[in-house]
Design a protein around this ligand. Sequence first.
Ligand SMILES: Cc1cc2nc3c(=O)[nH]c(=O)nc-3n(C[C@H](O)[C@H](O)[C@H](O)COP(=O)(O)O)c2cc1C
Length: 361
Amino acid sequence: MRAPDHPAPVSIGPVRLATNLLLAPVANYCDLAWRITCRELGGLGLACTDLLSPHGLLRGTAQSLDLASTNQDDRPLCMQLYGGEPDILAQGALWAVDHGATVIDINMGCPVDKVTKKDGGSKLLCTPDRTVLLAQTVVRAVERATRGRVPVTAKLRLGWDDSCIVAPDLAVALARVGISAITVHGRTTEQMFKGGVRHEGIRAVVEAVRAALGPPEQGGPPVIGNGDVLTPELAQEMIHRTGCAGVMIGRGSFARPWIFRRAWALLTTGEPGPEPDEPERIAIVRRYFELMLRFRDEHYALNHMRRRISWMGKALGPCKPLKERVRTARSPADIHDALDEFLAGGLRVFSDGAGAEPQPV
Ligand SMILES: Cc1cc2nc3c(=O)[nH]c(=O)nc-3n(C[C@H](O)[C@H](O)[C@H](O)COP(=O)(O)O)c2cc1C
């Protein structure tokens, strides 16, 4: 096994994380219940909310407040804001500071029309000078209000398309106005989620930031690599190939929320340690469900379990009948009955496509 590459925890401004692994903001997926589920499994240095509308936060709309809800177990927490209006973003950032944010992130990568049509998300990549001024407004407001306690970060893509790769220069300019860490998803907006993540694109950002501001060990802002990290080995490869200081993981956590624990073990010891066994995996599914019931309500929890079971099922082997039972569950008891039956050996599909053998009673 290769020696650990960059086992150092990441610091973002004055905030020292326990590891260099971050949970990505993924709209509709990374709610409080999911963040706590991942945190409890270990290895996670920083978790991020889904993207938040500063207008929604400032008006106090129920949807925005639900998305921003947090508690003391959900620390350190990054709250991500989107938009293109500097003053509104700054006010939203101050709201976030008052409501539990340890770090504020500005979304500069979202390719979705709803966000880019309002000049937010990855549309910010098209007007780098304006974007730097916007970031500066937010940094100054947060710095003044918190005396530098809460850092501001940015999450970008490589550029809008291949003819406009702005991430290296933009990252340097952002760091110069006080952005404390840069996360780069190694794709362009035009790519959406197609094609593989481009390590060389992330590497160019790492090199530009290091050349201009020094490596993180000497006070330069860390660059966090992101995209397609589905296993601990791919986290290690991301660091190895790009030189990034940390790794942000989104979709790879949905089937295996223990990926942070195993990736951190791999980076620091050279061994990822064992995967959880089946009873532990089922206990994790139950825990997530229980937390959704606690923080939200039955309707929300059942709805999310129906959507999430196809991801979680990827780590449970061929289990179409289990997924079907969870999708048609009408009550929490139905979910637990299905999981009990699965643990007892039922609700599986074997390689010939046949259902599980009837279990002796
Ligand atoms: C359904 C979906 C929703 C997303 N929502 C956000 C978001 O709210 N903010 C953001 O910065 N990125 C968002 N992303 C991008 C992810 O944070 C991440 O950059 C991307 O999924 C690549 O990382 P991964 O391969 O580890 O998932 C979203 C991605 C997906 C698939």
